[in-house]
Design a protein around this ligand. Structure first.
Ligand SMILES: C[S@@+](CC[C@H](N)C(=O)[O-])C[C@H]1O[C@@H](n2cnc3c(N)ncnc32)[C@H](O)[C@@H]1O
Length: 284
């Protein structure tokens, strides 16, 4: 279902998000020093690069879990030495094709591979130093399998970064319940966890939390674009318009309200693989 959703709507999302040149399908983050929307779309990459450098990785092997059309991996590799390389996985063959084309256009196809694959059941891959998931973790209802697969492909001491929406508290009014339900339905966010749930789940796969950052204040929730979407959403609701396009608009609008009322939070969780996973063969 998600595969068809992204196959059909990826071009629309790139257009709606104003991110066709950035090749990203994620939130613009207005962090310190960011002045333009293009810089805000790249801010998540800046945070990942900071983490890569802080981990002392020079020519890392990267893995993008839920890579979209490849903008994040290509941007990171462009800012890392030639010896670095990476793989991106997405459920959507349309996205994998667009990402491969973008890699060719940038002459980076030797360093960046894009696969149509499920991150809950990864194909055989060489061990990686650094894995990350931007706005893809919230889409899976199976966080334990997500962390188990990520831990399985990370080398000991390798890091996993998750940048995504998290639930902060249960809704207390029917309006809050409707907002959360509209977000989950519209964005297919069936894995909306609290940060604590995600951290506990990761620990079961030997992934220890190193660092957690709340990025919510970097997400602008009342821009001209947001107000235009809110107006369209009001009209859509009145006319009872449905379909993936409208659901996605309703979901995005509801998410902005969830963030503004501290129901959800946009966070970065950094984990380190600290324990070797036991394989079935090594179990007594
Ligand atoms: C909102 S998009 C984010 C794309 C990208 N991370 C970015 O920041 O531009 C969500 C991505 O997660 C991917 N995804 C969701 N569930 C997945 C799964 N089980 N396996 C692989 N990819 C998945 C989708 O295919 C899509 O590429």
């Amino acid at each position: 279902m998600l595969k068809r959703y992204y196959d059909r709507n990826t071009r629309l999302f790139l257009w709606l998000g104003g991110s066709r040149s950035a090749l990203t399908i994620h939130r613009a983050l207005w962090g310190p020093g960011v002045r333009t929307r293009q810089e805000a779309l790249a801010y998540a990459h800046h945070l990942l690069l900071e983490q890569i450098h802080a981990a002392g990785l020079v020519e890392p092997r990267l893995l993008d879990l839920g890579c979209g059309v490849g903008g994040s991996l290509l941007s990171l590799l462009a800012q890392l030495p030639e010896g670095s390389s990476g793989t991106g996985v997405t459920l959507s063959p349309v996205q994998a094709d667009l990402a491969r084309r973008a890699a060719r256009e940038r002459a980076m196809e030797q360093r960046a591979a894009f696969l149509e694959a499920d991150f809950l059941c990864l194909p055989a891959l060489s061990p990686v130093d650094f894995a990350y998931a931007i706005e893809s973790f919230v889409l899976t209802a199976h966080p334990a399998a997500f962390f188990q697969q990520a831990a399985g492909v990370l080398r000991l001491g390798g890091q996993l970064v998750v940048i995504d929406d998290f639930l902060l508290r249960e809704p207390t009014t029917s309006r809050e319940s409707s907002l959360l339900a509209a977000f989950v339905r519209g964005w297919h966010a069936h894995g909306l966890n609290t940060p604590q749930q995600a951290i506990r789940s990761a620990a079961l796969s030997g992934l220890t939390l190193l660092h957690e950052a709340d990025l919510s204040t970097m997400v602008r929730v009342n821009t001209l674009r947001d107000r235009a979407v809110s107006a369209a959403v009001g009209l859509g609701r009145l006319l009872q318009l449905r379909g993936p396009y409208w659901d996605s608009l309703y979901g995005g609008d509801a998410l902005r309200a969830c963030l503004a009322s501290d129901l959800t939070s946009y966070r970065m969780l950094v984990f380190e693989k600290s324990v070797l996973q036991s394989s079935p063969e090594s179990d007594p």
